[in-house]
Design a protein around this ligand. Structure first.
Ligand code: BG6
Length: 401
C-alpha cells in the first residue's frame, strides 16, 4: 500500500501488517501523454500508429547500417554462451509466443542455432530436459505473466542461463533473468498486443543477426542488406499506414463473418497465427491460422463462399506455392484477402482483395505483414461495436495461473 501526501511525499507499507518497506525505485523515461489516447479513438489504434517510432526505438543505439555494426548491450556479457549454445529454448504466452515462433526461423536460418519454442504454461509442467548451460529465453510484454515466470524459475533450478526480452522496465522477468533486452515499445495499454509484438520480432531479428555475425553464419552482403532494410522499416510502416482507409473498406465487407482462416508460409506462418489471434481477441470471430500447405490436410473442408481467407503472399521463397494455395481456396469459392508486395501483378488477378506492403528483405516481412492484419481486426471489431481496448474475458497481463 502506498500513502502519498504533499508533506511527506510517499511511504510504502505491507498491507498485512502495515510494516513500512523500502521500495526499489526505477525511474521510467516515459511521458504522461503516452498513457493518453492523444486524439485516437482507441489505445489499440494509437499503438498501431506508434509502430514507426516504436520500431525505431527498438533498434536505436543497437545497429548502424552506415558503420555496419549491430550490438545488444544487455546481452554482451552472455554473447559467447548464446553463440556457443547447443540450443535456445524460447518460452512465452499469447502474442509473445508468436514472436518466439518467428525467432525460431531467425536463429536457425541466420545463426544456425537449434531453437525450441515452448508454451510457458505447458513447459513448466512437462518436466522438460534442461541441461546446464542451456539458454532459456522468455519473451513477454508485461514481464509479469505467471506461467512464463514459473517456467523461468524452473529452468533456473535446472541450471539454465536465463534471458529476458520484455517491454515493461523493471518488471519481474527483467529482474530474475541473468541478462536481457528491452523492446522499448513504450507503454502498451490496449489488451491486444500490437507494437510490443512488432518490436519483439525486430529485437529477435537484431539478436539473430548479431549472433549470426559472431558465428560467421551470415553472408556479409545479407548482413549489410538486413541492416539497411532494418533502418528503413519505420518509413515503410508510415507508407503502409497510409492504406488504412482502404483496409477499413475491406474490413466492412467481412465484419459479419463468423469464421476466418489465416494462411502463411515460412516466417509468415506465425504472422497468420497472430492475425487470427488479433481477430479472435477483439472481434470475438472464430479464426484459425495455419501453414498454407497444411490447409489441404483439413481446414480446406471449411472453405466455402462464407469463409474469408487472409493470406500472406509476399514475394520470396514461397511465393509460387502460396499462389497455388490461393487458387485452391478460390476453387472452393472462398473469399481471399491477400497481403502482397507492392508491384505484385499475379495475385491481384486471383484474390478478392489485395493489400500492398512495401518490399523488404524476406526476413523482415513478418514485421510489415502484421500491420494490415492488426488494422483489419481493429476495424472489424469497431464495426461490431466491441470493446477494442478491454475485450471481454481478457487481461493485459495474466499474473495468476
Ligand atoms: C495476454 C494478453 O493476457 O497475455 C496478450 O492479452 C499477451 O496480449 C499475453 O500476448 C502474454 O503476455 P506477455 O505480457 O507475457 O507478453
Amino acid at each position: 500500500m502506498a500513502v502519498l501526501d504533499k508533506e511527506h511525499g510517499f511511504k510504502i507499507y505491507e498491507i498485512e501488517n502495515e510494516v513500512e518497506v523500502n521500495p526499489y525505485i526505477q525511474e521510467l523515461d516515459m511521458k504522461l501523454e503516452s498513457l493518453e489516447k492523444e486524439g485516437y479513438e482507441h489505445f489499440m489504434l494509437k499503438e498501431i500508429y506508434e509502430q514507426p517510432r516504436a520500431i525505431h526505438d527498438s533498434f536505436r543505439g543497437r545497429l548502424n547500417a552506415k558503420e555496419g555494426w549491430i550490438s545488444l548491450g544487455g546481452l554482451k556479457q552472455y554473447e559467447d554462451q548464446i553463440a556457443n549454445a547447443d540450443r535456445i529454448i524460447i518460452i512465452a504466452c499469447g502474442t509473445s509466443w508468436h514472436a518466439a515462433l518467428v525467432a525460431e526461423y531467425y536463429f536457425e536460418d541466420l545463426a544456425r542455432i537449434p531453437v525450441e519454442v515452448e508454451y510457458a504454461s505447458e513447459f513448466r509442467y512437462r518436466n522438460p530436459i534442461i541441461r546446464k548451460g542451456d539458454v532459456v529465453m522468455a519473451i513477454s510484454q508485461s514481464g509479469e505473466t505467471a506461467d512464463t515466470l514459473a517456467a523461468l524459475k524452473m529452468a533456473k533450478e535446472k541450471g539454465a542461463i536465463l534471458l529476458g526480452i520484455v517491454n515493461v522496465v523493471g518488471s519481474t522477468i527483467s529482474r530474475i533473468t541473468d541478462a536481457g533486452s528491452y523492446t522499448h515499445a513504450g507503454p502498451e495499454i490496449g489488451v491486444a498486443s500490437t507494437k510490443a509484438f512488432t518490436t519483439q520480432v525486430t529485437l529477435m531479428a537484431i539478436m539473430a543477426i548479431m549472433i549470426g555475425k559472431k558465428r560467421g553464419t551470415i553472408d556479409p552482403d545479407k548482413y549489410q542488406n538486413l541492416l539497411n532494410e532494418m533502418e528503413a522499416l519505420p518509413s515503410k510502416i508510415e507508407q503502409l499506414l497510409e492504406s488504412d482507409d482502404y483496409i477499413k473498406k475491406i474490413s466492412n465487407e467481412y465484419k459479419d463473418c463468423s469464421n476466418a482462416l489465416f494462411l502463411g508460409r515460412g516466417t509468415a506462418f506465425p504472422i497468420a497465427l497472430e492475425g487470427a489471434l488479433k481477430l479472435k481477441e477483439i472481434s470475438y470471430i472464430h479464426a484459425e491460422g495455419y501453414p498454407a500447405a497444411e490447409m489441404k490436410h483439413g481446414p480446406i473442408a471449411l472453405i466455402d463462399e462464407n469463409m474469408p481467407v487472409f493470406v500472406i503472399a509476399t514475394q520470396g521463397e514461397h511465393y509460387e506455392k502460396v499462389v497455388s494455395n490461393i487458387q485452391e481456396v478460390k476453387a472452393r469459392k472462398g473469399k481471399v484477402i491477400a497481403i502482397v508486395t507492392k508491384g505484385d501483378t499475379i495475385v491481384k488477378n486471383i484474390a478478392d482483395h489485395v493489400i500492398h506492403i512495401p518490399a523488404t528483405d524476406e526476413v523482415l516481412v513478418p514485421i510489415l505483414a502484421t500491420i494490415p492484419l492488426q488494422l483489419l481486426s481493429y476495424h472489424i471489431a469497431v464495426m461490431r461495436e466491441c470493446n477494442v481496448d478491454q475485450p471481454r474475458n481478457l487481461a493485459k497481463s495474466v499474473t495468476v495461473e
